[in-house]
Write a protein that binds this ligand. Structure first.
Ligand SMILES: Cc1cc2nc3c(=O)[nH]c(=O)nc-3n(C[C@H](O)[C@H](O)[C@H](O)COP(=O)(O)OP(=O)(O)OC[C@H]3O[C@@H](n4cnc5c(N)ncnc54)[C@H](O)[C@@H]3O)c2cc1C
Length: 429
């Protein structure tokens, strides 16, 4: 019902809004807002990535009326379809951080969900490897951090033992993480969307949140059809076509969350963290009839990422990546419309060969082909210490019913169901 109302309202209001704004010479923002149709809604989730979808499902299961606004023509076309598809065990994150807590809880929920809903996944295990003696200490630190986080089954192995498990591997020592795995991310999102819709959630695609404003201590959300804001890139700010008056708003716009929060007029800018973007490219292994490895193979983490690792998908295809390249910010409309540059330059492959050969010496020259790229929504820049996930409610931002999710980088996929559970428990009850 809401879906139809929304479509009808968006269609019919487009022309009247533009006519109104052309008639008056310089309409003030508040005058202009008065001319725009308004709809009352219960919960608005901005962004249909894996986190937004998981939140929408959780709210719908709790009996709330949920409207998901997604700028793209379908769900999951942002970072959620541009990652390693690894179910992380929870080793890399500082004890008691949200990343550690949500990764562990999310991993358990995810394995359970996949098993119960027929989502393809496999607990294939991971080896984190030290290839030089200077890396052994780092592996020991990871082991103790993982144990402190409560990760089960971690075991330090001598190189010969790891190399017996994986004959193509070369390393001095390895940390075995038996609970790491892989998941078909698209199938996961499809299943979550289906469940959310079955419980009454509405997904409005090709619809963009272009801003918002505060009325008293609550927020109203400005939306437009995505096709109508394309022309605003690099030009005038877009005029909203419809204003939503919600009880609850979850800003889970991924890479755009901070820019979107900046466009909420009246929101205290001090609650919006600085944002940084780190692109990561993947290269795939061509002509491999049998994958060289059965486990995920990860080097020691590097600044900004987990290192160029080996990931297998459920069809046995092998990819290596992602590397780390810091990139600049986009203007807000381009970022809402996901106009980031995701091309993979074949030049970057030259950096991949030596990095991979440190643990896979038999990698043949010419065997890597450009794959895809993803962009990490980071809250710390190059050389700065990593920053935790931010899940920010009214207690911090002062706006009734507004929840901002900032910096949901890895392990965001693994954590998605736990983040949704947390929002449901902390903010809905
Ligand atoms: C290279 C890479 C590898 C990774 N590997 C892993 C891994 O192996 N395991 C793991 O657990 N995690 C991994 N992650 C992290 C994981 O992919 C993300 O944490 C997760 O996908 C984030 O989901 P999201 O829903 O928050 O964001 P997104 O998937 O980016 O979704 C945000 C959505 O919001 C929409 N949107 C944006 N602005 C607007 C607007 N104004 N109006 C309407 N819609 C809007 C976008 O179109 C998009 O669909 C990786 C990330 C990267 C970059």
């Amino acid at each position: 019902m809401l879906r139809h109302t929304l479509r009808r309202t968006l269609k019919s209001c487009t022309s009247s809004v533009w006519i109104q704004s052309r008639k008056s010479t310089i309409p003030s923002q508040s005058l202009l807002l008065e001319t725009i149709p308004k709809e009352n809604v219960d919960c608005v989730v901005i962004g249909a990535g894996v986190v937004g979808i998981a939140v929408a499902r959780d709210l719908a299961l709790k009996g709330r009326d949920v409207l998901v606004i997604e700028s793209a023509p379908t769900f999951g076309s942002g970072t959620s379809s541009r990652n390693s598809e690894v179910i992380h065990a929870g080793i890399y994150y500082p004890p008691n951080s949200l990343k550690a807590i949500f990764c562990l809880r999310g991993r358990k929920l995810l394995y359970q969900y996949c098993a119960n809903h027929g989502v393809p996944h496999k607990q294939i295990g991971k080896l984190i490897v030290a290839t030089g003696s200077s890396e052994i200490q780092k592996l020991i630190v990871l082991l103790s951090q993982g144990r402190e986080n409560g990760v089960e089954g971690l075991r330090m192995m001598e190189g010969f033992e790891a190399m017996r498990m994986e004959p193509e591997l070369k390393c001095l020592k390895a940390l075995l993480s038996p609970y790491s795995g892989i998941v078909d991310t698209h199938a996961l999102m499809l299943s979550l969307v289906g469940e959310a819709e079955n419980h009454g959630a509405t997904f409005s695609y090709n619809t963009t949140v272009v801003g918002g404003h505060l009325e008293g201590d609550s927020i109203q959300i400005h939306i437009s059809q995505s096709k109508n804001i394309e022309k605003c890139i690099g030009g005038c700010p877009p005029q909203p076509e419809l204003i939503l008056v919600p009880n609850l708003v979850v800003n889970s716009a991924g890479l755009s969350s901070p820019s979107l929060a900046k466009s909420f007029k009246g929101l205290d800018s001090r609650v919006i963290p600085p944002s940084y973007y780190a692109q990561g490219c993947y290269f795939t292994l061509s002509n491999n009839k049998t994958p060289p490895f059965e486990h995920l193979i990860y080097p020691i983490p590097e600044d900004g990422g987990l290192g160029v690792h080996v990931t297998l998908d459920l069809d046995g295809h092998v990819k290596f990546g992602p590397d780390v390249e810091w990139i600049g910010e986009l203007d807000s409309i381009s970022s809402f419309l996901n106009k980031f540059d995701y091309s993979v330059s074949s030049d970057r492959v030259q950096k991949f060969y030596p990095e991979i050969r440190r643990y896979y010496p038999n990698l043949k020259e010419g065997s890597l082909e450009p794959g895809y790229a993803g962009i990490r929504p980071k809250l710390s820049g190059p050389g700065q210490p990593p920053v935790d996930f931010i899940i920010q409610g009214e207690d911090i931002n002062g706006v009734r019913g507004l929840i901002n999710l900032f910096g949901i980088e890895s392990p965001g996929l693994t954590s998605s169901l736990a983040i949704a559970e947390h929002i449901g428990l902390k903010f809905i009850g």
